[in-house]
Each structure stands twice: as C-alpha cells, then as structure tokens.
Write a protein that binds this ligand. Structure first.
Ligand code: 13P
Length: 249
C-alpha cells in the first residue's frame, strides 16, 4: 500500500500563492507516483488547484463541508460542490472545527455519512486535548470520537473511510507524540473500528497528524498501524512538503 500524505492548508495560501506553490511542488513529479498525495486548500482555491493537478498523480480535497445537500446555509459549502470539483476526500471533524465552529460528534457523523454518500472519502479527525491527556483520558476520548464518527456508516455496502489521529496539543506546536504512543493509539482506533463496523475495518487507513515535518515523518509511518500523515504547517512550503513525501517512498 502506498503511503498516504494529506496537506491541510487550513486558512492559508491565496489563489496566486497556490499557483506559485504548485509551480515549485510539481517541478519533480516522479515522487507522486509512489505515494497517495492530496492537497486540501480553502474552498475558493480548490478550482485553481484542481485545474493544475488534473491529469497528474496528485489529488485534491476539501477541509470541510455541510451535511445538508443544499439550502439556506449562508457561508457554507455542500458536499456536492466539492464532489463536482473533483475532490476525492473531505476532512471531517478537524479539532479546529470542533473548537472554533463548535462541531459536535453528531454533526461530524452526518458529515462523514454525506461525504461517503457523495462518493468521496471522509477523513475522520480525532484526538485528545492536552488537558484530557494530562488526566489520562485520551483513550476514552478517542474511542468515543471514533464510535460516534462512524455511527451512520453501517448503511453503506462498501466502506470508504480514513481516520486521522491528531492529538490537539501536538497541532502547530512543534510538540510531537512519541511514535510508539501514536502507534498504540492507532491500534486502539483499529480495534474500535472492528467493533463498530460490520465489514472493512481492517482496510481503513489510519493517519497521524500534529507537527509532522520532513525530519520526523518517517518515525510515524510504519506502514502497518499507521499508513500516512495529515500535515498542516509543513505542507505550506512546496520544497519542504516535497521532501516530506520523499521520506516515505
Ligand atoms: P501541523 O502539522 O501544523 O501541526 O497541523 C496538523 C493538522 O492540524 C493537520 O490537519
């Protein structure tokens, strides 16, 4: 299985900055054949990224979308809009959305369901806060987020799902978890998926995210419990992000 690398640009890179990024990033494309690489720009920038990447090995996805098909939801983007632009995946329940947009596990499970219903792959993001880890609640928190996140998936005959474990305290802080601890959490996520899903739990890729850099990325991806990474800051620099991917192939 190819290593999976997803770049979450968050609220960074304007259209013109994205064009400049892609010029440099795509200068040496051979590496993209040996990994599954997806860029997640903001909504307005997706068409620009899509136009450049169409026909290459690099994919693009959304950072978020609403669970309703359409309607009076000012400021929101629908899953159908992302699918229409050729997005292959959608991040669901990123901790920044749980925190800043007050998304609940119930909201997130509907987003996961609707991503699948629109033919894309949900990347269910889970992870504990610093305080929860300090109180040794991380296992309970993550199990609960996984269980609720996949709640509506049993109805689908074939499963399309990624899970990204991102400890909140490791996001954008330069602090990383011990790789052995990340792998232990990935195994816990796997056993939770086995309990919750009727079939296919063993084929769900589990990713790690949180201050991943070209220097530490290889320590998180063992190709067994963790098969890829979800990258924020290090995905904004085309050279660094290219180097990061090259470490895995
Ligand atoms: P950083 O890589 O900047 O820590 O962000 C991780 C993240 O939140 C990716 O979704």
């Amino acid at each position: 299985m190819k290593p999976i690398v997803i770049g979450n640009w968050k609220m960074h890179l304007t259209a013109s900055e994205a064009r400049a990024f892609l010029r440099d990033f795509m200068a040496h494309p051979a590496v993209f054949e040996r990994a599954e690489v997806t860029l997640c720009p903001t909504g307005p920038v997706i068409p620009i990224v899509a136009d450049t990447l169409r026909g290459t090995a690099v994919r693009w996805g959304g950072q978020n979308a609403h669970w309703e098909t359409q309607g009076a939801f000012t400021g929101e983007t629908s899953m159908a809009m992302l699918a229409d632009l050729g997005c292959t995946l959608v991040l669901c329940g990123h901790s920044e959305r749980r925190r800043f947009a007050h998304e609940t596990d119930a909201d997130i499970s509907r987003k996961v369901e609707q991503t699948v219903a629109h033919g894309m792959t949900p990347v269910l993001c889970v992870g504990e806060t610093y305080e929860q880890r300090r109180q040794q609640q991380q296992d309970i928190v993550v199990i609960e987020q996984v269980r609720k996140g996949v709640d509506l998936l049993a109805a689908f005959p074939s499963l399309s799902l990624y899970v990204a474990y991102e400890p909140v305290w490791a996001i954008g802080t330069g602090q990383t978890i011990e790789s052995a601890d990340a792998m232990a959490m990935a195994r816990l996520i796997r056993s939770t998926l086995r309990e919750e899903l009727p079939t296919g739990a063993d084929s769900v890729p589990i990713l790690y995210g949180g201050s991943v850099t070209p220097l530490n990325v290889a320590s998180f991806v063992d190709g067994d419990s963790i098969t890829g990474v979800l990258v924020g800051g290090s995905s904004l620099d085309p050279v660094a992000f290219h180097q990061l991917i090259a470490q895995l192939v």
